[in-house]
Ligand binder design. Structure first.
Ligand code: ZN
Length: 139
């Protein structure tokens, strides 16, 4: 029995006694970061030089699209976004806290990564999932 939510994606880490964070892998040779594990850097070709890193919780909006049709049970419209984190890692996710209206969303606007319940999804044992979202940075 655990009240700890499960991560919705493998690169979301939920420490027992600290805030959740996204985990990337950084090439020790050229500094490029990636989501998920890999052995070879696709930027510089270095092999077996990847270190785990905690990704920053802020970045800026690189691109977005407003989704009007999705799977049954998924509330639409919502904003699907690609964000460049402060360390240059590109990551895809949903932008929340803003109207799904192109007039309200700007490219390069500062966003922060937030962690929340994955929209009520639960596994067969009833465990909740935690997911990450982007929201416009206050101020
Ligand atoms: Zn590299």
């Amino acid at each position: 029995m655990s009240t700890q939510p499960l991560p919705a994606v493998p690169f979301l880490k939920i420490p027992e006694d600290a805030d959740p964070y996204l985990e990337g892998h950084r090439c020790d040779s050229c500094g490029a970061t990636y989501l998920g594990e890999r052995d070879v850097c696709s930027k510089c070709g270095a092999r077996d030089q990847m270190s785990k890193v905690k990704l920053p919780n802020s970045g800026k909006l690189y691109s977005f699209s407003i989704v009007y049709r999705s799977f049954p049970g998924i509330e639409v419209p919502y904003v699907s976004a690609i964000v460049d984190l402060d360390d240059g890692t590109a990551i895809k996710g949903n932008l929340i806290g803003v109207e799904p209206d192109p007039a309200k969303i700007e490219f390069d606007m500062p966003v922060e990564v937030v962690f929340d319940d994955a929209l009520g999804r639960k596994d067969r044992e009833g465990n909740a999932y935690m997911a990450y979202f982007f929201q416009p940075k206050a101020g």
